[in-house]
Design a protein around this ligand. Structure first.
Ligand SMILES: NC(=O)c1ccc[n+]([C@@H]2O[C@H](COP(=O)([O-])OP(=O)(O)OC[C@H]3O[C@@H](n4cnc5c(N)ncnc54)[C@H](O)[C@@H]3O)[C@@H](O)[C@H]2O)c1
Length: 431
């Protein structure tokens, strides 16, 4: 079988995709790039048996003889590298998120259209057992037409903040707005329904002590109330409330499906409940069906996020190989998952008024956004800079970041390599 030759940028989260390639029958890793030398060194040690070339510079890396690149670099810097890679003839698999500004979104879409190459968005939460089963059942018509959905991705990162930001005060995680990292919650509902978001109202959790003491300037969580093209509504929440949650629920015209809540201690987000009628108006009194969808244990045991890390990249690679059944996430769907968060924050900044979500599939609509650089990153925004929190940027003393740096170094050195957080993102045994 032909293997897709992959280069991975980002030696930290990229571990998951590198490990995928190490065991996959349809892909191999041929190059790894990171400007962080220790990260590169760890990858070298871990993969002495593989023929991999290592780079610390993207412009040299992208010249390597390979078919596709995985972008697991900073979450707000994917688009410029994706565009460069596509222009060099490489397919692109992008980690979350797809773009930082809507200007980048227009440019990325147009580059993908011009090159005809595959762009796959790595929203792995769509491939978790329960939401993926919900997707299959929805397409079979199990609950009828979508009317309402709720989705939660709550991750209190206070204890791991030093190991995921390294005490770097410019790190994207310290400088994002609350609605930015929205696709783990919204993504699965978009993938299940296949519907386009058209309008959003945003809310922002207040700045709180947990965030400020680790150096994170954003509001503590983001909420998006999203209207879809069929009139259905999604309530999405994501961010750092105190207790974690991954949860999806969808109501249709003849039933409901949802995953288990983690506190139910019932296989957590892998279990699904289905409570659906044969036809609308039946009002049957049958017990809800519940089960954990069948899974390959080799995948769920060794790949992060309930095995979804594996299926997300597998589908991308299959698409590159020409498999027409590959269920990958293209750029239009990726933006359907991301733009609600971006426009929710515009709604927050405007005092809570609804915002229309552009449909960049339409070439005419792109003109209005082509030069819109609104974001929280001063290197990119120009005169369209917005604060990380609608109440203004917190003034965080340097000592907070210095302390965080010390904690990260101590943890990194004690583990002689990757921190616990990195392992949980893709620790795999080679077969
Ligand atoms: N889908 C998921 O479940 C999931 C989980 C964790 C992280 N992520 C995503 O993975 C990506 C990486 O996150 P992370 O937690 O590893 O931390 P990170 O963002 O700190 O790591 C990025 C890595 O890329 C390297 N890098 C950045 N810019 C570079 C450049 N110009 N040249 C060379 N190397 C460069 C850095 O040195 C670092 O090692 C983000 O997009 C994040 O959203 C996704």
């Amino acid at each position: 079988m032909k293997k897709v030759r992959i280069g991975v940028m980002g030696a930290y989260r990229g571990t998951s995709m590198i490990n995928y390639c190490a065991i996959a029958s349809n892909a191999e890793v041929v190059a790894i790039c990171d400007k962080w030398q220790e990260g590169l060194d760890r990858q070298k040690e871990a993969h002495l048996d593989l023929n991999i070339t290592f780079y610390n510079n993207f412009d040299e890396f992208i010249e390597h003889d390979m078919d596709a690149v995985v972008l697991a670099n900073y979450a707000n810097e994917h688009a410029p590298f994706a565009i460069k890679a596509l222009k060099k003839g490489k397919h692109v698999y992008s980690e979350c998120l797809p773009v930082q500004t809507i200007k980048e979104a227009v440019e990325l879409i147009e580059t993908i259209e011009e090159t005809g190459l595959v762009y796959g968005y790595g929203e792995n939460y769509c491939y978790m057992l329960a939401p993926y089963e919900m997707c299959r059942l929805y397409k079979e018509g199990k609950i009828g037409e979508f009317e309402y959905g709720e989705c939660e991705y709550i991750h209190n990162c206070e204890s791991i903040w030093p190991s995921i930001t390294y005490g770097d005060k410019t790190h994207w995680r310290n400088n994002m707005y609350a609605n930015f990292y929205c696709t783990h919650s919204i993504g699965p509902i978009i993938h299940i329904t296949g519907l386009r978001p058209v309008k959003v109202v945003g809310f922002e959790g207040t700045k709180n002590e947990r965030n400020l003491k680790v150096g994170n300037k954003s509001g503590s969580f983001g909420i998006e109330m999203i209207t879809l093209e069929n009139g259905g509504i999604i309530k999405s929440i994501h961010g750092g409330l105190y207790k974690n949650s991954i949860w999806y629920s969808v109501y249709g015209s003849k039933g409901r499906m949802e995953s288990a809540r983690e506190d139910a201690k019932n296989d957590a987000y892998s279990r699904i409940y289905i409570n659906a009628d044969e036809y609308s108006g039946q009002y049957s009194r049958i017990e809800p069906e519940t089960y954990v969808p069948k899974a390959d244990e080799n995948v769920t045991q060794y790949f992060g996020h309930g095995g979804s890390d594996y299926y997300s990249i597998w589908n991308f690679v299959e698409k590159v190989l020409g498999n027409e059944n590959a269920d990958y996430i293209d750029i239009y769907e990726a933006l359907d998952m991301f733009l609600p968060g971006m426009f929710a924050y515009r709604s927050v900044l405007a005092g809570g008024i609804p915002m229309d979500i552009p449909n960049l599939r339409n070439k005419d609509e792109r003109e209005k956004w082509r030069n819109d650089t609104t974001c929280t990153d001063s290197r990119v925004a120009g005169d369209m800079l917005v604060p990380c929190c609608s109440k203004g940027n917190a003034d965080i003393p340097d000592e907070v970041y210095e302390e965080s740096y010390k904690k990260w170094r101590a943890e990194f050195e004690a583990n002689e390599g990757y921190t616990k957080a990195a392992f949980s993102q893709g620790n795999v045994k080679k077969k």
